[in-house]
Design a protein around this ligand. Structure first.
Ligand code: UDP
Ligand code: MG
Length: 184
């Protein structure tokens, strides 16, 4: 990864998968010019879902969010498509095409604004996940991918038995405060 480059995790969420939007989402992300360095179909277990959204565990919508990302509201679609992308201002570029968190508030030209919805239970079915910042990007990529699933050495890894593992599996301390000004 070059100086100034950021790495992010992108996920086509269960609602995107059941609606057949995986290809469309990838097409939109390819158009950003960011470099794809990993892709895999992932089964979302409760353990993975809770680790991914651990920073939201105090929120009133947390339990519903965990059930949503495990596919329980989308025909039990518990397989999602996860990508790692790298590039300059990756967070800004990717979040711009994803759109605001609430699909009702997202610009209609964005993925979430044109294809997302708010369920009657108030869950934002917003088609894609995009890392909130580069620190989260690192943590999430390490959570969703083994080192050998990436085509580049983004972060330090080491051999454990006959497989490589991340040196710092959790990544740096997760930021829990508001977004840094530059990503707003
Ligand atoms: N979410 C929700 N209701 C809310 C806020 C968030 O259902 O009031 C869900 C939504 O699917 C969102 C995810 O929780 O994408 C993670 O929330 P976050 O604030 O990290 O938004 P994001 O980074 O995905 O835009
Ligand atoms: Mg987020």
């Amino acid at each position: 990864m070059k100086n100034m480059e950021e790495s992010i995790l992108v996920i086509v969420k269960p609602d995107g998968m059941v609606k057949g939007l995986a290809g469309y989402v990838l097409t939109r992300f390819e158009a950003t010019g960011l470099r794809m360095v990993a892709a895999r179909m992932a089964k979302v277990t409760r353990e993975l879902a809770e680790a991914h959204y651990h920073h939201l565990r105090e929120k009133p919508f947390y339990e519903e969010l965990i059930r949503f990302i495990m596919g329980e509201f989308d025909n039990n679609q518990d397989n999602v498509l996860a990508f790692a992308f790298v590039g300059e201002s990756a967070v800004k570029k990717a979040r711009a095409i994803a759109g605001a968190t609430n699909p009702e508030e997202a610009d209609y030209r964005t993925i979430r604004g044109s294809l997302g919805r708010v369920t009657t239970k108030g869950i934002f079915e917003n088609v894609v996940h995009v890392s909130s910042d580069p620190i989260e990007g690192e943590r999430e990529i390490k959570l969703w991918f083994w080192p050998e699933e990436l085509t580049v050495e983004l972060f330090p890894s080491k051999l454990a038995g006959n497989r490589k593992v991340w040196v710092e599996p959790g990544g740096p301390k997760t930021r829990t405060g508001p977004w840094p000004e530059e990503y707003k």
